[in-house]
Design a protein around this ligand. Structure first.
Ligand SMILES: Nc1ncnc2c1ncn2[C@@H]1O[C@H](COP(=O)(O)OP(=O)(O)OP(=O)(O)O)[C@@H](O)[C@H]1O
Length: 253
């Protein structure tokens, strides 16, 4: 179930967050959404999730509807007095009837186990660390059994082990269940390692689209991020980017 986006624009008052974006996210692939702060990444996934108004077209191919989408927001702060299990069950709202079936509880527990947070099931959200809460919101998105998975910086609060574990789970589920996954990341090395494709945003426009190793290069890092970087390759051929210093005057692409 591909997500086909044509000339997508999002405005907030006078601010043009996305400007004529065209791209396709394909089933069975992890698409990393990259770019500096304020470049329009969250606006892209919010538009796909139907959370912001936009112009242009977003076509969910196949039998996908908005109910087929699992969305994890960037901001996971909440005042909701819910336990972890209850919060994850909310991910199944689309499937729940007036009663919660044992199978729904079982599925929610399975997702918690998959993310290694089963021990948190009975804890209240307000008692969790930022990283634990991030894992719970990822579990909520996965509990919906989505066809399209939209993850807004899902690993930004996680320790390095959990970052790897979560990205392994995201990649495995995407490939096994043929999900169409868009994941916003700031870590270019994680993107190069786990994403099949990447899209790079700058000022609300797409300035790179392709395999991560093909679009993450010295010129784009200087022009888009204003950073001079060193590049190397691991023995198994993976790209490694090391930011060295800010450039004095980054030029817009
Ligand atoms: N609700 C809003 N009202 C007004 N302007 C907004 C709103 N949300 C985002 N913007 C603006 O739209 C632009 C794109 O924001 P967006 O959140 O999409 O960027 P981002 O690439 O996800 O950034 P970050 O990496 O910092 O999360 C920014 O200039 C931002 O200030």
């Amino acid at each position: 179930m591909s997500v086909d986006i044509q000339t997508l624009s999002v405005r907030y008052g006078a601010t043009r967050a996305l400007d004529g974006v065209t791209l396709t996210a394909k089933p069975g692939e992890v698409l990393a959404v990259l770019g500096p702060n304020g470049s329009g990444k969250s606006s892209l996934v919010k538009a796909i999730a139907g959370l912001v108004r936009y112009t242009g077209q977003i076509v969910l191919a196949g039998s996908a509807t908005r109910d087929s989408i699992g969305y994890m927001p960037q901001d996971t702060a909440t005042r909701a007095a819910l336990t972890v299990l209850e919060a994850v069950l909310l991910g199944r709202l689309g499937q729940l009837g007036l009663r919660v079936k044992p199978a729904d509880v079982e599925l929610a527990r399975q997702v918690l186990t998959e993310l290694d947070i089963a021990a948190l099931a009975g804890r209240y959200l307000g008692e969790l660390s930022g990283g634990q809460r991030q894992l719970v919101f990822l579990a909520q998105a996965l509990a919906a059994e989505p066809k399209i998975l939209l993850l807004d910086e899902p690993i930004s609060a996680l320790d390095i082990r959990h970052q790897l574990e979560v990205m392994e789970v995201v990649r495995r589920l995407t490939h096994e269940r043929v999900l169409t996954t868009l994941v916003i990341l700031h870590d270019l090395n994680i993107a190069a390692r786990f994403a099949d494709q990447a899209v790079l945003f700058h000022g609300g426009k797409v300035v790179g689209l392709g395999a991560p190793a093909d679009i993450i290069d010295a010129l784009r890092l200087a022009q888009v991020f204003g950073v001079e970087a060193a590049f190397s390759t691991t023995p198994d051929g993976r790209l490694v980017v090391t930011p060295v210093r800010p450039c004095r005057s980054p030029k817009a692409l």
